[in-house]
Design a protein around this ligand. Structure first.
Ligand code: TA6
Length: 304
């Protein structure tokens, strides 16, 4: 059942700095605190904006994004579940699963002792049209000087199930051509553009369409934006990291993405995909978490 604006406004009327709107056609919350601003669409529990005091906005959103029911929103942090990319057992299913396309329930908002926004999606007749398992997803968002997402995935059923998941984060950058990703040196990756696993040598630079799934990755990665002189530190417990920039031709093929937008974004996604997929036993819960910290490039430990 869709949560309507009036109900949300009355249920969360005590929370300072919290407002709701549907100006783009989907219900969106905005939370403004002394430390930061956060925006989240209830559809997909989709974080679409985060900006901490004194920093540039963290996330890229496409000017051509579509804000329609059960349609992916291009940019921000789409939540990918229960499969990544094309569904291998049913290729004509929508890419990246259904969690990002369905409305999640806003269950909690607080601004003390820490700021936290919680949304939940539980299996339903609608989800079982695509995937027969019983589950509960809870996303805890902690918007402060940095942004932390902690995503709980719980098996409510009687059968174990395998799943893939990812925080498909679109970072806003000045110019992807002058960005690099540090921390994946030596990691094995599958290149979307070629079948065989390859080992990463040194930093990842962006000189063409880049679409790679890295396996068994370290906890901390860095996205250096040399043109802006800034760095984003990405700390996560995820075993997989997906690095993507569509470059010129793929950007042109995407209707909900501007032809000239590809230099303004880099996706570094924290997840559990392919070899790192998770098998969840009945009653078991796993947590996928990531924290994003922005800092000047000159001050950072990994300033290459
Ligand atoms: O995460 C990288 C990727 O799998 C790319 O292959 C590209 O398709 C991107 O996801 C966007 O997928 P979407 O379904 O949101 O268009």
């Amino acid at each position: 059942m869709r949560q309507n604006l009036q109900h949300l406004r009355s249920q969360f009327s005590e929370i300072p700095g919290l407002t709701f709107d549907d100006e783009k056609g989907l219900v969106r919350l905005t939370l403004v605190t002394p430390e930061c601003q956060l925006q989240v669409f209830l559809q997909g529990a989709h974080v679409s904006h985060f900006q901490s005091l004194g920093q540039e906005p963290l996330l890229f959103m496409s000017e051509k994004a579509r804000y329609e029911e059960e349609t992916p929103i291009r940019g921000g942090i789409p939540l990918i579940f229960p499969w990544f990319g094309p569904r291998r057992d049913r290729p004509n299913s929508g890419a990246h699963g259904f969690a990002r396309n369905l409305e999640w329930k806003l269950t909690q908002v607080q601004t003390s002792p820490e700021t936290m926004v919680v949304l939940e999606l539980t299996s339903s007749d609608r989800t079982k049209l695509e995937w027969g398992h019983d589950f509960r997803l809870r996303l805890y968002i902690y918007p402060e000087k940095s942004l932390t997402l902690s995503w709980e995935i719980e098996n409510l059923g009687e059968r174990a199930f395998p799943f893939e998941a990812a925080l498909h984060t679109y970072f806003r950058v000045s110019n992807a051509r002058h960005c690099c990703v540090l921390g994946l040196d030596g990691a094995r990756y599958l290149d979307h553009l070629g079948p065989e696993p390859i080992e990463q040598q040194g930093p990842i630079n962006f000189e063409a369409e880049t679409d790679r799934i890295y396996f068994n990755v370290p906890e901390t990665l860095y996205l250096n934006d040399k043109e802006a002189g800034t760095q984003i530190e990405i700390s996560s417990n995820a075993l997989s990291s997906i690095v993507w920039n569509p470059w010129v031709d793929k950007a042109r093929r995407m209707e909900d993405f501007g032809d000239e937008e590809w230099p303004s974004m880099v996706c570094i996604e924290s997840g559990a995909v392919r070899d790192n997929e998770i098998h969840l036993l009945p009653g078991e819960t796993v947590i996928l978490a990531a924290t994003y910290i922005q800092a000047p490039l000159a001050d950072s430990p990994a300033a290459h």
